[in-house]
Design a protein. Structure first.
Length: 485
């Protein structure tokens, strides 16, 4: 008997269908030979739309285990009005087909823009927006999305995707946007959204600049966003900072952990104290580099902070001075920044040591040279004490003076006895004699009779006096000599 193969639709979709929703009822196709349903191994039946496109790619293959193929789950992705299905089956050297043109169906045509594919990229911590617009179907539309980066959401009524990305883990993200119209027609579209790291910025500052040699400077690095984040809830930079002097990392300032980020200041800080042991003026080029410990930020490097190390001198204008006990003497000192410096970076305090016993020293106009001052002239006034004999009447020298007077009076006593024999002449001369004895005793006491402790017998003595100028750990001195005679 001659073979007569035929292909036909036994079930076709109803007139109204929706995009991205399985065709209902599911299309059914059967293969027959002279009216009898048959199955031909190796002869798969495929299904396609005449004008549009269906999901899963074309062709869609039916199983046809018994000559009947049921195409379940087929959805229309590209709709055309009045479209119909075409089924094909290869039979021997030929291909036979069937169509459902006797039962055409309409698919509500809904589109969504932008087209599927990459969206404009987002940046961690920066405000982002993307508008999706649906067309076709019956308004109003409802929008939804899956696979969004943390911090982003879509407005169900407007289709506006907005927010601030708070992580880039998982970038690029696969985002599927779904639009449903009021008749429950839906359209799904897939996109990719890449979220990039935020650009970081780092700056470096010093606690004092310039600084005196042998002093300590604390350097602080501040790390933040190049562009301020659009939300205060966005986590700030974390990671480490390394300070360098020129091209050489500072050993004690390598890999320092950043402190907590402050949204108020817009920065996370790392600080490191550096002690300069140099004894000569110099300049240092200080930089800081930031390394992020997550993918949310890029690394960055600061500009250069030029740190100047300075020194100063203390010079006495008059190195020696001679004064009498109880008198005051003055020295003049000049404090000068060492070239090329022209001002003092920090305050300088003056002290004096080595003064004679009981003496006091006073600086004028002040014992402190203010930071920022230029070369300064200071006067030191030393007020000496009175003599030891005058201030200490009970010393051995005073006792010797009194004993000397008494001894002289005793030597004159024999002459007093002879004068008494003279009778009336003695009574007239006695007051004169007593006055003479008292005057001689007083003169002996004042002269000290060779002692070092009387007024006229004060011994000359020289005192090395030191003026010390201090700023931080740096001290400079100037020595003068004070002679008291």
């Amino acid at each position: 008997m001659q073979t007569a193969y035929s292909l036909s639709f036994t079930t076709s979709p109803s007139n109204s269908q929706k995009t991205n929703v399985a065709l209902t009822p599911a299309p059914v196709v059967q293969l027959s030979d002279n009216g009898s349903i048959i199955s031909l191994p190796g002869a798969p039946i495929t299904l396609a739309l005449y004008a549009g496109a269906i999901s899963g790619g074309i062709p869609t293959v039916g199983t046809a285990p018994n000559g009947v193929s049921t195409f379940s789950g087929v959805t229309v992705t590209t709709p055309e009005t009045g479209d119909y299905l075409i089924a094909r089956a290869p039979v021997g050297p030929y291909s036979i087909s069937a169509n459902s043109s006797n039962s055409p169906f309409n698919v509500v045509a809904m589109t969504l823009s932008p087209a599927a594919g990459p969206l404009s990229p987002a940046t961690y911590g920066a405000a982002y927006s993307q508008t999706f617009t649906a067309n076709g179907g019956t308004t109003p539309y409802t929008y939804s999305a899956t696979g969004l980066p943390p911090g982003l959401s879509i407005n169900s009524g407007t289709g506006m995707l907005t927010g601030t990305p708070t992580s880039i883990a998982g970038s690029p993200y696969t985002v599927v946007v779904t639009v449903t119209d009021s008749a429950s027609n839906t359209i799904h579209q897939s996109y990719t959204l890449a979220v990039g790291p935020a650009a970081s910025a780092i700056s470096v500052s010093g606690s004092v600049n310039p600084v005196f040699v042998q002093d300590t400077v604390t350097y602080t690095a501040a790390v933040g966003f190049v562009t301020a984040p659009s939300s205060s809830t966005v986590a700030g930079p974390i990671g480490t900072v390394t300070f360098s002097d020129g091209t050489t990392p500072i050993t004690a300032c390598t890999g320092l952990t950043l402190g907590a980020y402050s949204s108020a200041t817009g920065a996370a800080l790392a600080a490191c104290p550096v002690s300069y042991t140099s004894t000569t003026p110099a300049t240092h080029s200080i930089t800081a580099t930031y390394t992020s410990s997550n993918a949310n930020f890029t690394g960055s490097a600061s500009g250069t902070l030029t740190e100047a190390l300075e020194d100063f001198t203390v010079t006495a204008q008059n190195a020696t001075l001679t004064v009498q006990p109880g008198a005051a003497g003055q020295y003049t000192f000049t404090l000068s920044p060492q070239s090329p410096a022209t001002t003092f970076p920090t305050a300088i305090n003056l002290t004096v040591s080595g003064l004679p016993p009981g003496a006091t020293g006073t600086f004028s106009p002040s014992a402190t040279i203010a930071a920022g001052a230029t070369a300064a002239t200071v006067t030191l006034t030393i007020q000496t004490a009175q003599t030891t004999s005058q201030n200490s009447p009970n010393t051995g020298g005073g006792l010797a003076s009194r004993l000397a007077g008494i001894s002289l009076a005793l030597l004159l006593l024999p002459f007093v006895g002879r004068l008494r024999k003279a009778g009336k002449r003695f009574s007239r001369m006695l007051p004169i004699l007593l006055l003479l004895i008292a005057g001689m005793a007083a003169a002996v006491g004042l002269s000290g009779c060779g002692s070092n402790t009387g007024f006229f017998g004060q011994a000359q003595q020289s005192y090395p006096v030191t003026v010390t100028a201090t700023s931080g750990t740096l001290s400079r001195t100037s020595n003068v000599t004070l002679t008291v005679e």
